[in-house]
Design a protein around this ligand. Structure first.
Ligand SMILES: Nc1ncnc2c1ncn2[C@@H]1O[C@H](COP(=O)(O)OP(=O)(O)OP(=O)(O)O)[C@@H](O)[C@H]1O
Ligand SMILES: [Mg+2]
Length: 276
């Protein structure tokens, strides 16, 4: 599955759109180290269950560097999905800051201060989301699923074509572009969602248990794609229950009871994790 991926291509009309829409983040400007993609500062997220309050995230501090592949591991209920949801503007913390490096040069913006319009822009253009259960549109083909975010982002079908094909070839589905999700295996469907998440050239991919439903071999294919994307400069944060798989990441964050309790280097190859 060799990939020639230009994450930002020369003829992209997106550049212009980005410059235009970067302006909408001006009201929420925050400083950020230009080498980071996200700076999470003192984030707490509580859920009220009647008289009882759960701190799903408890004063979390986390810095993700540009181009870094970060894995998050931890027991069930430790706050991993809550972290992904807060970073992905799907849920919002009670306190703290989540600053994104919007232009990649240190023009930061705090997602917790943004309004609907900015959140929409973040979800459409700046963040790529991948879930455990694929979430593809069943009536659309693989091609159309990947194309959709580009059309929503304002590109024409013609303008989108080259990138849709590039992304589907990159995930090894060049031959199956016109299949619907029900005509694809679980691993193939997940590869479509990876291609879809990259449609609008996001700052980061956020993946919640992307290999949760997959066997060892199919999981390895997803991780292999993540490693290739990382080589191409893509920042990625993924959650996994699999203690071996997480070791392929540059860094492994361990979370327990909503707190980061560990942060160590991974960088193992796929053959190393399956051979021992
Ligand atoms: N919408 C909600 N309302 C109330 N409590 C919630 C809600 N979402 C999550 N929680 C609670 O917050 C805590 C963290 O949940 P979260 O889903 O982030 O865990 P997780 O690490 O992703 O677990 P798993 O590995 O099982 O997916 C849990 O105690 C959970 O019950
Ligand atoms: Mg979860």
């Amino acid at each position: 599955m060799k990939m020639k991926l230009k994450l930002r291509h020369k003829n992209s009309t997106m550049k212009q759109d980005e410059v235009k829409s970067d302006k909408i983040f001006q009201k929420t400007t925050e400083k950020i180290d230009p080498d980071l993609v996200i700076d999470v500062i003192n984030v707490t997220k509580k859920y009220n269950l009647g008289d009882y309050t759960v701190a799903a995230l408890d004063n979390v501090n986390l810095q993700i560097k540009k181009g870094e592949l970060v894995a998050v591991v931890g027991p069930s209920g430790s706050g991993k999905t809550t972290l992904i949801n807060c970073l992905g503007a799907l849920d919002f913390p009670n306190s703290g800051k989540i600053i994104y490096n919007i232009d990649g040069k240190g023009f930061g913006s705090d997602i917790t201060k943004m309004k609907d319009k900015e959140h929409k822009e973040m979800r459409l253009h700046r963040i790529g989301l991948i879930f455990q259960f694929y979430n593809l549109f069943p009536i659309l083909t693989a091609y159309e699923n990947v194309e959709l975010p580009m059309l929503l982002g304002g590109k024409s079908r013609e303008e989108s074509k080259e990138r849709v094909e590039l992304l589907l070839n990159m995930v090894g589905l060049g031959e199956r572009m016109h299949h619907r999700p029900t005509q694809l295996s679980g691993g193939e469907q997940q590869r479509v969602t990876v291609a879809r998440s990259l449609a609008n050239e996001p700052l980061i991919l956020l993946a919640d248990e992307p290999t949760g439903e997959l066997d060892t071999e199919t999981s390895s294919q997803i991780i292999e794609i993540f490693l290739e994307l990382k080589e191409a400069g893509q920042s990625i944060l993924f959650v996994s229950h699999n203690r071996r798989i997480v070791e392929t990441a540059d860094r492994v964050i361990t979370i327990t009871d909503g707190k980061i309790v560990g942060d160590h280097e991974g960088k193992k190859s796929l053959s190393e994790i399956w051979d021992d």
